[in-house]
Design a protein around this ligand. Structure first.
Ligand code: SAM
Length: 347
């Protein structure tokens, strides 16, 4: 008997579909989605956005209900980890409602988020209560003036208070995300690690990616994680670890501390072969790779079939056939390979 997979039927179908998980043409299993719930951000980081960003009109952005519907479908298709991101996810009105809805989904192993920390002072407790297990907080400098220069508008103190609030809230894990840029903050590599050790939290160093056109050429600021690792090894005993958090970072432990040091190295250590994730923009575009243009537009299906999930399921299953083998980042190109900013695709 054919069961039309309406939202109600999804619950019945879930165990059947889960055995038939999302697998791409290269045999990679996709069990992780990153959902951007807004393209707006209260910062304007120099590597992430242009100074005069134009943001989307409201009706072109998924409603929070549409976001939850999509996540439910992906979880029924075997997705185990959901990261809510942006833009800055915590500046979206009623974002907490979305976290609460997703946090309760049976079958979802991990709800996590990435934030710039500016709103955490007031939202950390509620996020933890909603079921957010781990939180990534972006921090590129510990110098207030320099922090302002990199974010263009951000206030370091507010973010430091946000980190303190996150520690208080008792997340399973807190990790700082640092994009190192030559001439901007590469002289703070060690102090950012020492800060993480003092706070008892993790840190990941991210190589800058050529996403969207910014005011500098990407190769002028590029810092390889190989160089960063060597620098840190001169001061700390870093032991390679096989641990994974289901993302692209490779981790190192520092004995005698609670801190793991992660390296996200799209250039010096391409991580595409183990890619397990897809990204959904706040416009409902399902991007199969951060560094390629292949996508499926889910917004028209969401709006045309508000009570029938079958077309969406079909589109998502079909998208696995166009997931590219890997990204194509080349810093020497005059134009970026991908014109979308990270804030558009969702970091
Ligand atoms: N607003 C949130 C934040 O600041 O964490 C979430 C969105 S932000 C786009 C997610 C992550 O992407 C941040 O850690 C940011 O540093 C990183 N990011 C943005 N543009 C990048 C780029 N061009 N290369 C590498 N990382 C980038």
């Amino acid at each position: 008997m054919y069961i039309k997979p309406t939202t109600n039927a999804m619950a019945m179908l879930a165990p059947i579909i889960q055995n038939n998980v999302l697998t791409d043409q290269f045999g990679r299993k996709v069990d992780y989605i990153r959902l951007s719930i807004t393209d707006r951000c209260d910062f304007r980081c120099v590597y992430c956005m242009s100074e005069d960003m134009a943001f989307l009109p409201r009706d072109e952005v998924l409603s929070l209900e549409e976001c939850v519907r999509l996540v439910k479908i992906f979880v029924a298709l075997g997705v185990k980890k959901v990261r809510i991101t942006g833009g800055e996810p915590l500046v979206r009105k009623n974002a907490l409602w979305l976290f609460e809805e997703i946090g309760q989904l049976p079958g979802l192993r991990e709800l996590v988020t990435t934030t710039n920390g500016s709103q955490l002072e007031h939202q950390a407790q509620a996020l933890r209560k909603a079921g957010v297990k781990r939180i990534n907080i972006s921090l590129d400098s510990l110098d207030a003036k320099r922090f302002r220069k990199i974010t263009r508008v951000g206030e370091l103190d507010k973010v430091l208070r946000g980190i303190a609030a996150a520690k208080q809230a008792g997340f399973d894990n807190i990790k700082l995300n640092t994009v190192l840029m030559r001439g901007f903050n590469d002289d703070e590599t060690l102090s950012l690690l020492d800060f993480s050790i003092a706070q008892g939290i993790d840190i990941s160093f991210i190589e800058e990616m050529p996403l969207g056109e910014v005011n500098h050429t990407r190769d002028s600021t590029f810092v390889s994680n190989e160089v960063t690792l060597k620098l840190l090894q001169a001061h700390h005993n870093l032991i390679p670890s096989t641990e994974t958090t289901g993302g692209p970072a490779r981790y190192w432990r520092i004995p005698g501390t609670n801190t793991r040091v992660g390296f996200i190295s799209p250039h010096s250590h391409n991580f595409c072969e183990s890619c397990n994730r897809v990204r959904i923009t706040c416009k409902g575009e399902l991007y199969l790779c951060l560094g390629q243009e292949d996508k499926v537009d889910l917004m028209p299906l969401l709006r045309e079939y508000p009570h029938d999930d079958a077309p969406l399921i079909e589109a998502i299953l079909g998208s696995m056939q166009i997931k590219p083998e890997g990204h194509d980042f080349d810093l020497r190109r005059a134009q970026p390979a991908v014109v979308r900013f990270m804030s558009v695709t969702g970091g």
